[in-house]
Write a protein that binds this ligand. Structure first.
Ligand code: 5RP
Length: 223
């Protein structure tokens, strides 16, 4: 199977996790894009989608799926039963690295607001220890050098993502050279870096379920 076929297979496997008639959190990236297209093609009805990026919001709207603002949803006391999104890395405890597409901040917010996070990925994303994929960190532009210096002191090699601006008007540092054996503790440590908005470790709010595709089919992992 090609990489794209593996993404389509796992996106399709996520469809039964959608609660029909309810709100749905929708992630960002090529796997999430396949999921959005299949959701529309299969005519699965949701009350509305909460998107984790402007790109996903545009794709949802292009299919006629209403997109709601998270803040309005939460303020009105409504629940988001399921959030479906891809990942850049998944460890055996379903801790994730995300943000390869630069949408980590809104992804973390929608994941935090959702009752169940279903992660969809092909098995090239599965690792024993997080860190092979450079960890994205969204940073306030004026603090990029300051945060980079702090990340270097932590043993990482930060590199600014050239020419990239997030939906929130910030920049991304991609940090290589990390071996993240305690993702929960490291996420908390990174949360304290002044000038950083969000780090791409999804550890405290990890995935509840990971659907992982390979040539043998799609397997379901639970945290
Ligand atoms: C975007 C993300 C994506 O979920 C992640 O990069 C995986 O993308 P893809 O499905 O294209 O491999 O975190 O910020």
């Amino acid at each position: 199977m090609t990489p794209d076929e593996l993404k389509i297979a796992v996106a399709r496997a996520a469809l039964p996790h959608v609660v029909e008639g309810a709100l749905l959190g929708v992630g960002t990236g090529s796997t999430a894009n396949h999921f959005i297209d299949l959701l529309a093609a299969e005519k699965i009805q949701v009350a509305g989608a909460i998107a984790s990026s402007e790109a996903s919001a545009a794709r949802l709207r292009g299919h006629g799926i209403p997109v709601l603002a998270l803040d309005d949803v939460i303020a009105s006391g409504r629940r988001i039963p399921v959030y479906i999104d891809g990942a850049d890395e998944i460890d055996p405890g379903l801790h994730l690295i995300k943000g390869g597409g630069g949408a980590l901040t809104r992804e973390k917010i929608v994941a935090a607001a959702s009752d169940c996070f279903v992660c969809i990925a092909d098995d090239s994303k599965c690792v024993d220890v997080l860190g092979r994929f450079p960890l994205p960190i969204e940073v306030i532009p004026m603090a990029a050098a300051l945060v980079a210096r702090a990340l270097s002191a932590l043993g990482g090699v930060p590199k600014i993502r050239d020419g990239f601006v997030t939906d929130n008007g910030n920049v991304i540092l991609d940090v290589s050279g990390l071996k993240i054996s305690d993702p929960v503790a490291f996420e908390s440590e990174l949360d304290h870096l002044t000038g950083s908005v969000t780090n791409g470790l999804f550890a405290r709010r990890r995935a509840d379920i990971a659907l992982v595709s390979s040539a043998e089919g799609v397997r379901t992992l639970r945290g």
